[in-house]
Design a protein around this ligand. Structure first.
Ligand code: PHE
Length: 408
Protein backbone atom coordinates (compact mmCIF):
# COMPACT_ATOMS: atom_id res chain seq x y z
CA UNK A 1 0.00 0.00 0.00
CA UNK A 2 1.41 3.39 -1.03
CA UNK A 3 -0.70 6.36 0.01
CA UNK A 4 -3.83 6.29 -2.15
CA UNK A 5 -2.89 3.25 -4.13
CA UNK A 6 -2.42 -0.44 -3.64
CA UNK A 7 -0.76 -2.99 -5.86
CA UNK A 8 -2.49 -6.27 -6.47
CA UNK A 9 -1.36 -8.93 -8.97
CA UNK A 10 1.12 -6.44 -10.43
CA UNK A 11 -1.43 -3.71 -11.04
CA UNK A 12 -2.09 -0.44 -9.26
CA UNK A 13 -5.52 0.40 -7.90
CA UNK A 14 -6.60 3.65 -6.31
CA UNK A 15 -8.12 3.25 -2.90
CA UNK A 16 -11.03 5.21 -1.48
CA UNK A 17 -13.64 5.20 1.27
CA UNK A 18 -14.96 1.85 -0.02
CA UNK A 19 -11.66 0.04 0.25
CA UNK A 20 -11.93 -2.72 2.82
CA UNK A 21 -9.53 -5.38 1.52
CA UNK A 22 -7.11 -6.43 4.27
CA UNK A 23 -3.39 -7.25 4.25
CA UNK A 24 -4.21 -10.84 5.13
CA UNK A 25 -6.40 -11.20 2.04
CA UNK A 26 -3.93 -9.35 -0.19
CA UNK A 27 -1.21 -11.78 0.86
CA UNK A 28 -3.30 -14.71 -0.37
CA UNK A 29 -4.46 -13.37 -3.74
CA UNK A 30 -2.61 -15.34 -6.40
CA UNK A 31 -2.01 -18.49 -4.32
CA UNK A 32 -4.17 -20.40 -6.82
CA UNK A 33 -4.69 -23.51 -4.73
CA UNK A 34 -7.07 -24.85 -7.38
CA UNK A 35 -4.20 -25.34 -9.82
CA UNK A 36 -1.48 -26.29 -7.33
CA UNK A 37 -0.18 -29.75 -8.26
CA UNK A 38 -1.45 -32.51 -5.92
CA UNK A 39 -3.55 -30.09 -3.90
CA UNK A 40 -6.91 -31.65 -3.00
CA UNK A 41 -8.76 -28.71 -4.57
CA UNK A 42 -6.82 -29.28 -7.76
CA UNK A 43 -7.75 -32.99 -7.79
CA UNK A 44 -11.43 -32.13 -7.49
CA UNK A 45 -11.16 -29.44 -10.16
CA UNK A 46 -9.58 -31.92 -12.54
CA UNK A 47 -12.20 -34.56 -11.81
CA UNK A 48 -15.03 -32.13 -12.46
CA UNK A 49 -13.46 -30.97 -15.71
CA UNK A 50 -12.98 -34.58 -16.82
CA UNK A 51 -16.61 -35.29 -16.06
CA UNK A 52 -17.79 -32.43 -18.27
CA UNK A 53 -15.42 -33.45 -21.04
CA UNK A 54 -16.84 -36.99 -20.91
CA UNK A 55 -20.45 -36.03 -20.56
CA UNK A 56 -20.75 -33.34 -23.20
CA UNK A 57 -19.18 -33.87 -26.59
CA UNK A 58 -19.94 -33.16 -30.21
CA UNK A 59 -20.66 -35.51 -33.16
CA UNK A 60 -17.07 -36.66 -33.35
CA UNK A 61 -16.51 -37.03 -29.63
CA UNK A 62 -14.65 -33.82 -28.88
CA UNK A 63 -15.46 -32.07 -25.61
CA UNK A 64 -17.65 -29.01 -26.10
CA UNK A 65 -16.96 -27.27 -22.78
CA UNK A 66 -13.99 -24.96 -22.67
CA UNK A 67 -12.30 -24.34 -19.34
CA UNK A 68 -10.90 -21.12 -17.86
CA UNK A 69 -9.05 -21.49 -14.59
CA UNK A 70 -6.65 -18.55 -14.53
CA UNK A 71 -8.87 -15.50 -14.86
CA UNK A 72 -7.91 -12.72 -12.45
CA UNK A 73 -10.23 -12.50 -9.42
CA UNK A 74 -10.22 -8.70 -9.62
CA UNK A 75 -13.49 -7.63 -11.24
CA UNK A 76 -15.68 -4.59 -11.57
CA UNK A 77 -18.88 -4.02 -9.65
CA UNK A 78 -20.55 -4.20 -13.04
CA UNK A 79 -19.19 -7.70 -13.70
CA UNK A 80 -19.88 -9.06 -10.23
CA UNK A 81 -23.37 -7.59 -9.81
CA UNK A 82 -24.90 -5.34 -12.49
CA UNK A 83 -24.29 -7.66 -15.43
CA UNK A 84 -26.10 -10.37 -13.45
CA UNK A 85 -29.14 -8.21 -12.69
CA UNK A 86 -28.37 -8.06 -8.97
CA UNK A 87 -30.54 -5.19 -7.64
CA UNK A 88 -28.69 -2.05 -6.51
CA UNK A 89 -29.85 -2.54 -2.92
CA UNK A 90 -29.18 -6.29 -2.77
CA UNK A 91 -27.47 -7.27 0.53
CA UNK A 92 -24.74 -9.25 -1.30
CA UNK A 93 -23.29 -5.92 -2.53
CA UNK A 94 -22.69 -4.51 0.93
CA UNK A 95 -19.22 -3.62 2.13
CA UNK A 96 -19.83 -5.99 5.02
CA UNK A 97 -20.12 -8.86 2.53
CA UNK A 98 -17.31 -8.31 -0.01
CA UNK A 99 -13.71 -7.25 -0.26
CA UNK A 100 -13.73 -3.98 -2.16
CA UNK A 101 -10.51 -2.63 -3.66
CA UNK A 102 -12.30 0.63 -4.29
CA UNK A 103 -15.81 1.84 -5.08
CA UNK A 104 -15.84 0.22 -8.55
CA UNK A 105 -13.56 -2.76 -8.12
CA UNK A 106 -13.65 -5.82 -5.88
CA UNK A 107 -12.39 -9.35 -5.48
CA UNK A 108 -15.10 -11.42 -7.16
CA UNK A 109 -17.57 -12.92 -4.74
CA UNK A 110 -18.49 -15.62 -7.27
CA UNK A 111 -17.18 -16.92 -10.57
CA UNK A 112 -20.51 -16.00 -12.13
CA UNK A 113 -18.94 -12.54 -12.46
CA UNK A 114 -17.41 -13.64 -15.79
CA UNK A 115 -20.57 -15.04 -17.32
CA UNK A 116 -21.55 -12.08 -19.45
CA UNK A 117 -18.01 -11.52 -20.80
CA UNK A 118 -17.60 -15.08 -21.99
CA UNK A 119 -21.03 -15.25 -23.58
CA UNK A 120 -20.36 -11.93 -25.31
CA UNK A 121 -17.16 -13.45 -26.70
CA UNK A 122 -19.31 -16.10 -28.38
CA UNK A 123 -18.87 -19.07 -26.08
CA UNK A 124 -21.82 -21.44 -25.57
CA UNK A 125 -20.42 -24.04 -23.16
CA UNK A 126 -17.78 -23.13 -20.60
CA UNK A 127 -16.47 -23.63 -17.09
CA UNK A 128 -14.86 -20.82 -15.08
CA UNK A 129 -12.84 -22.04 -12.11
CA UNK A 130 -11.14 -19.87 -9.54
CA UNK A 131 -10.80 -18.27 -6.14
CA UNK A 132 -13.69 -16.21 -4.76
CA UNK A 133 -13.80 -13.88 -1.77
CA UNK A 134 -16.49 -13.25 0.81
CA UNK A 135 -16.41 -11.73 4.25
CA UNK A 136 -17.87 -14.35 6.49
CA UNK A 137 -17.97 -15.99 9.87
CA UNK A 138 -15.03 -18.00 11.18
CA UNK A 139 -15.56 -21.68 11.72
CA UNK A 140 -14.51 -25.07 10.38
CA UNK A 141 -16.38 -24.63 7.13
CA UNK A 142 -15.98 -20.90 6.41
CA UNK A 143 -12.95 -19.10 5.14
CA UNK A 144 -12.90 -15.68 3.43
CA UNK A 145 -11.43 -17.24 0.29
CA UNK A 146 -12.80 -20.35 -1.35
CA UNK A 147 -12.94 -21.80 -4.84
CA UNK A 148 -15.77 -22.28 -7.27
CA UNK A 149 -16.55 -23.97 -10.54
CA UNK A 150 -19.11 -22.03 -12.54
CA UNK A 151 -20.67 -23.40 -15.70
CA UNK A 152 -22.82 -22.08 -18.51
CA UNK A 153 -24.52 -24.07 -21.25
CA UNK A 154 -26.47 -22.38 -24.02
CA UNK A 155 -28.70 -24.24 -26.49
CA UNK A 156 -30.58 -23.38 -29.65
CA UNK A 157 -34.02 -24.91 -30.22
CA UNK A 158 -32.49 -27.41 -32.69
CA UNK A 159 -29.94 -28.58 -30.15
CA UNK A 160 -32.40 -28.80 -27.30
CA UNK A 161 -35.09 -30.72 -29.15
CA UNK A 162 -32.89 -32.80 -31.48
CA UNK A 163 -33.90 -36.12 -29.93
CA UNK A 164 -37.62 -35.38 -29.77
CA UNK A 165 -39.90 -36.81 -32.47
CA UNK A 166 -42.14 -34.31 -34.26
CA UNK A 167 -40.33 -31.52 -32.54
CA UNK A 168 -41.36 -28.85 -35.08
CA UNK A 169 -44.06 -27.48 -32.80
CA UNK A 170 -41.69 -27.18 -29.83
CA UNK A 171 -40.38 -23.67 -29.21
CA UNK A 172 -37.88 -22.05 -26.87
CA UNK A 173 -39.89 -18.88 -26.46
CA UNK A 174 -43.44 -17.86 -25.81
CA UNK A 175 -44.94 -14.43 -26.41
CA UNK A 176 -47.22 -12.87 -23.86
CA UNK A 177 -46.31 -15.57 -21.33
CA UNK A 178 -46.27 -14.93 -17.59
CA UNK A 179 -43.65 -15.77 -15.04
CA UNK A 180 -44.56 -18.65 -12.71
CA UNK A 181 -42.65 -20.73 -10.19
CA UNK A 182 -41.80 -23.06 -13.05
CA UNK A 183 -40.54 -20.67 -15.75
CA UNK A 184 -39.69 -17.17 -16.91
CA UNK A 185 -42.33 -15.23 -18.81
CA UNK A 186 -40.49 -15.43 -22.16
CA UNK A 187 -39.65 -19.16 -22.03
CA UNK A 188 -41.87 -22.04 -23.10
CA UNK A 189 -42.58 -24.59 -20.39
CA UNK A 190 -41.22 -27.45 -22.55
CA UNK A 191 -37.88 -25.73 -23.16
CA UNK A 192 -37.51 -24.88 -19.48
CA UNK A 193 -38.31 -28.44 -18.41
CA UNK A 194 -35.87 -29.93 -20.93
CA UNK A 195 -33.11 -27.63 -19.68
CA UNK A 196 -33.96 -28.30 -16.04
CA UNK A 197 -33.80 -32.02 -16.71
CA UNK A 198 -30.42 -31.83 -18.43
CA UNK A 199 -29.01 -29.53 -15.72
CA UNK A 200 -30.13 -31.67 -12.78
CA UNK A 201 -29.02 -34.87 -14.50
CA UNK A 202 -25.59 -33.44 -15.19
CA UNK A 203 -25.17 -32.36 -11.56
CA UNK A 204 -26.49 -35.48 -9.83
CA UNK A 205 -24.34 -37.45 -12.30
CA UNK A 206 -21.35 -35.40 -11.23
CA UNK A 207 -22.11 -35.93 -7.53
CA UNK A 208 -22.38 -39.69 -8.08
CA UNK A 209 -19.18 -39.77 -10.10
CA UNK A 210 -17.35 -38.05 -7.25
CA UNK A 211 -18.98 -39.75 -4.27
CA UNK A 212 -20.46 -42.99 -5.56
CA UNK A 213 -24.11 -43.81 -6.00
CA UNK A 214 -24.75 -44.29 -2.25
CA UNK A 215 -24.54 -40.53 -1.81
CA UNK A 216 -27.67 -38.96 -0.34
CA UNK A 217 -28.58 -35.69 -2.03
CA UNK A 218 -31.65 -33.53 -2.52
CA UNK A 219 -32.83 -30.54 -4.58
CA UNK A 220 -34.11 -27.46 -2.79
CA UNK A 221 -35.76 -24.47 -4.51
CA UNK A 222 -33.72 -21.29 -4.28
CA UNK A 223 -33.63 -17.71 -5.49
CA UNK A 224 -30.81 -16.06 -7.45
CA UNK A 225 -31.22 -12.75 -9.29
CA UNK A 226 -29.57 -14.24 -12.39
CA UNK A 227 -31.55 -17.48 -12.75
CA UNK A 228 -35.18 -18.55 -12.69
CA UNK A 229 -36.20 -21.09 -11.73
CA UNK A 230 -33.27 -21.79 -9.37
CA UNK A 231 -32.25 -24.70 -7.17
CA UNK A 232 -29.64 -25.76 -4.68
CA UNK A 233 -28.17 -29.23 -4.39
CA UNK A 234 -27.55 -30.43 -0.86
CA UNK A 235 -25.59 -33.50 0.17
CA UNK A 236 -25.93 -35.36 3.45
CA UNK A 237 -22.70 -35.26 5.44
CA UNK A 238 -22.14 -36.12 9.12
CA UNK A 239 -25.82 -35.81 10.11
CA UNK A 240 -26.28 -32.54 8.23
CA UNK A 241 -27.52 -31.36 4.85
CA UNK A 242 -24.75 -29.30 3.24
CA UNK A 243 -25.44 -26.93 0.39
CA UNK A 244 -22.85 -27.59 -2.32
CA UNK A 245 -24.09 -25.72 -5.37
CA UNK A 246 -26.59 -23.26 -6.78
CA UNK A 247 -28.01 -23.46 -10.28
CA UNK A 248 -30.88 -22.53 -12.54
CA UNK A 249 -32.20 -21.43 -15.89
CA UNK A 250 -30.39 -18.24 -16.85
CA UNK A 251 -32.34 -14.99 -16.94
CA UNK A 252 -33.03 -14.37 -20.63
CA UNK A 253 -32.18 -10.69 -20.11
CA UNK A 254 -28.55 -11.67 -19.52
CA UNK A 255 -28.40 -13.65 -22.76
CA UNK A 256 -29.97 -10.74 -24.64
CA UNK A 257 -27.48 -8.28 -23.15
CA UNK A 258 -24.65 -10.62 -24.23
CA UNK A 259 -25.74 -11.13 -27.83
CA UNK A 260 -27.09 -14.67 -27.36
CA UNK A 261 -30.80 -13.86 -27.19
CA UNK A 262 -31.78 -16.67 -29.56
CA UNK A 263 -30.60 -19.33 -27.09
CA UNK A 264 -31.73 -20.66 -23.72
CA UNK A 265 -29.19 -21.38 -20.99
CA UNK A 266 -28.53 -23.10 -17.72
CA UNK A 267 -25.82 -22.21 -15.23
CA UNK A 268 -24.48 -23.43 -11.93
CA UNK A 269 -21.83 -22.52 -9.40
CA UNK A 270 -20.37 -25.00 -6.96
CA UNK A 271 -17.94 -24.71 -4.08
CA UNK A 272 -14.85 -26.90 -4.29
CA UNK A 273 -14.00 -26.81 -0.57
CA UNK A 274 -17.31 -28.30 0.51
CA UNK A 275 -16.92 -31.14 -1.97
CA UNK A 276 -13.29 -31.77 -1.02
CA UNK A 277 -14.04 -31.79 2.72
CA UNK A 278 -16.79 -34.31 2.14
CA UNK A 279 -14.77 -36.43 -0.29
CA UNK A 280 -11.51 -36.60 1.65
CA UNK A 281 -12.83 -36.27 5.23
CA UNK A 282 -11.01 -32.97 5.72
CA UNK A 283 -12.35 -31.59 9.01
CA UNK A 284 -11.33 -27.94 8.75
CA UNK A 285 -11.31 -25.56 5.78
CA UNK A 286 -8.08 -23.89 6.98
CA UNK A 287 -6.18 -27.06 6.15
CA UNK A 288 -6.42 -26.23 2.43
CA UNK A 289 -4.10 -23.29 3.11
CA UNK A 290 -1.61 -25.35 5.05
CA UNK A 291 1.97 -25.59 3.84
CA UNK A 292 2.41 -28.52 6.17
CA UNK A 293 3.78 -31.52 4.33
CA UNK A 294 1.89 -33.75 6.76
CA UNK A 295 -1.24 -32.48 5.05
CA UNK A 296 -0.08 -32.03 1.47
CA UNK A 297 1.70 -35.35 1.11
CA UNK A 298 -1.50 -37.24 1.79
CA UNK A 299 -2.71 -36.00 -1.58
CA UNK A 300 0.39 -36.87 -3.60
CA UNK A 301 -1.16 -39.56 -5.77
CA UNK A 302 -0.58 -40.41 -9.42
CA UNK A 303 -4.25 -41.16 -10.05
CA UNK A 304 -6.55 -38.27 -9.17
CA UNK A 305 -9.44 -40.71 -8.87
CA UNK A 306 -7.72 -42.68 -6.09
CA UNK A 307 -9.68 -42.89 -2.85
CA UNK A 308 -8.00 -40.67 -0.26
CA UNK A 309 -9.11 -40.40 3.34
CA UNK A 310 -7.37 -37.69 5.26
CA UNK A 311 -5.72 -38.73 8.53
CA UNK A 312 -5.47 -35.89 11.04
CA UNK A 313 -1.99 -34.54 11.50
CA UNK A 314 -0.49 -33.48 14.77
CA UNK A 315 -1.33 -30.00 15.96
CA UNK A 316 2.21 -29.52 17.27
CA UNK A 317 4.68 -27.61 15.11
CA UNK A 318 7.00 -29.25 12.61
CA UNK A 319 10.70 -28.66 12.51
CA UNK A 320 12.66 -29.42 9.36
CA UNK A 321 16.40 -30.23 9.31
CA UNK A 322 18.43 -31.17 6.27
CA UNK A 323 21.27 -33.65 6.14
CA UNK A 324 23.59 -34.46 3.25
CA UNK A 325 26.38 -36.97 3.04
CA UNK A 326 28.79 -38.65 0.61
CA UNK A 327 27.87 -42.25 -0.09
CA UNK A 328 30.42 -45.02 0.37
CA UNK A 329 32.30 -45.79 -2.84
CA UNK A 330 31.48 -49.49 -2.76
CA UNK A 331 27.83 -48.78 -3.74
CA UNK A 332 26.64 -50.64 -0.65
CA UNK A 333 24.30 -47.81 0.30
CA UNK A 334 20.56 -47.72 -0.24
CA UNK A 335 18.19 -44.98 0.90
CA UNK A 336 16.03 -47.47 2.74
CA UNK A 337 18.94 -48.21 5.05
CA UNK A 338 18.96 -44.59 6.01
CA UNK A 339 15.19 -44.51 6.52
CA UNK A 340 15.39 -47.45 8.89
CA UNK A 341 18.21 -45.83 10.79
CA UNK A 342 16.19 -42.61 11.15
CA UNK A 343 13.23 -44.60 12.43
CA UNK A 344 15.48 -46.36 14.91
CA UNK A 345 16.96 -43.22 16.34
CA UNK A 346 14.22 -40.67 15.84
CA UNK A 347 11.31 -42.88 16.79
CA UNK A 348 7.97 -41.13 16.65
CA UNK A 349 9.62 -37.76 16.76
CA UNK A 350 10.10 -38.08 13.00
CA UNK A 351 7.13 -37.47 10.79
CA UNK A 352 8.77 -37.76 7.41
CA UNK A 353 12.00 -38.03 5.50
CA UNK A 354 12.14 -36.47 2.04
CA UNK A 355 14.81 -37.42 -0.46
CA UNK A 356 15.75 -34.02 -1.88
CA UNK A 357 18.48 -34.64 -4.42
CA UNK A 358 21.52 -36.55 -5.57
CA UNK A 359 24.74 -34.82 -6.53
CA UNK A 360 27.70 -36.33 -8.38
CA UNK A 361 31.00 -34.57 -7.87
CA UNK A 362 32.31 -33.58 -11.33
CA UNK A 363 35.89 -34.72 -10.64
CA UNK A 364 35.87 -37.35 -7.95
CA UNK A 365 32.54 -38.80 -9.20
CA UNK A 366 31.57 -39.30 -5.59
CA UNK A 367 27.83 -39.33 -4.99
CA UNK A 368 26.12 -37.27 -2.34
CA UNK A 369 22.51 -37.51 -1.12
CA UNK A 370 20.50 -34.82 0.57
CA UNK A 371 17.44 -35.48 2.75
CA UNK A 372 15.07 -33.32 4.74
CA UNK A 373 13.98 -34.79 8.02
CA UNK A 374 10.73 -33.45 9.37
CA UNK A 375 10.49 -33.69 13.12
CA UNK A 376 7.19 -33.52 14.91
CA UNK A 377 5.74 -35.29 17.87
CA UNK A 378 2.06 -36.17 18.01
CA UNK A 379 1.71 -35.38 21.70
CA UNK A 380 4.08 -32.56 22.55
CA UNK A 381 6.12 -29.69 21.18
CA UNK A 382 9.72 -30.71 20.52
CA UNK A 383 12.37 -28.32 21.75
CA UNK A 384 15.04 -27.11 19.29
CA UNK A 385 17.65 -28.75 21.50
CA UNK A 386 16.02 -32.14 21.45
CA UNK A 387 15.65 -32.00 17.66
CA UNK A 388 19.28 -30.94 17.21
CA UNK A 389 20.50 -33.74 19.44
CA UNK A 390 18.51 -36.36 17.57
CA UNK A 391 19.61 -34.90 14.23
CA UNK A 392 23.27 -35.03 15.24
CA UNK A 393 22.92 -38.56 16.51
CA UNK A 394 21.37 -39.62 13.21
CA UNK A 395 24.36 -38.16 11.35
CA UNK A 396 26.87 -39.79 13.66
CA UNK A 397 25.19 -43.20 13.53
CA UNK A 398 24.88 -43.02 9.74
CA UNK A 399 28.64 -42.44 9.49
CA UNK A 400 29.32 -45.44 11.71
CA UNK A 401 26.77 -47.88 10.35
CA UNK A 402 26.33 -46.89 6.71
CA UNK A 403 29.86 -45.72 5.93
CA UNK A 404 28.69 -42.36 4.72
CA UNK A 405 30.53 -39.07 5.22
CA UNK A 406 28.33 -36.30 6.52
CA UNK A 407 28.98 -32.98 4.74
CA UNK A 408 29.44 -29.88 6.80
N1 PHE B 1 -23.10 -17.60 -8.01
C1 PHE B 1 -23.93 -18.42 -7.16
C2 PHE B 1 -23.26 -18.49 -5.76
O1 PHE B 1 -22.08 -18.20 -5.66
C3 PHE B 1 -24.10 -19.80 -7.68
C4 PHE B 1 -24.84 -19.84 -8.99
C5 PHE B 1 -24.16 -19.78 -10.19
C6 PHE B 1 -26.22 -19.96 -8.99
C7 PHE B 1 -24.83 -19.82 -11.39
C8 PHE B 1 -26.90 -20.03 -10.17
C9 PHE B 1 -26.20 -19.94 -11.38
O2 PHE B 1 -23.87 -18.87 -4.79
Amino acid sequence: ETGNELILLDRKYSIDKWTNITENIISKVGRNLHVTPHHPLSHIRQRIVNYFYMQFHNRIGSPIFSVYDNISPIVSVDQNFDSLLVPKDHPSRQRSECYYINHDTLLRSHCTAHQKDFISMGLNNFLVIGDVYRRDEIDNRHYPIFHQVDAVRLCTADELFQNVNNSHDLKLFEHRGVETNEKQACHSLEATKMMEHELKNALTGLAETLFGSELKCRWVEQYFPFTHPSWELEVYHQDEWLEVLGCGIMRQQILQNSGAGERIGWAFGLGLERLAMHLYDIPNIRLFWSNDSGFLNQFKVEDINATIKYKPISIYPQCKNDISFWLPEDRSYSSNDFYDLVREIGGDRVEQVIFKDEFVHPESKRVSHCYSIIYRHMERTLSKREVNNVHKLIGKTAQEQLNVTVRA
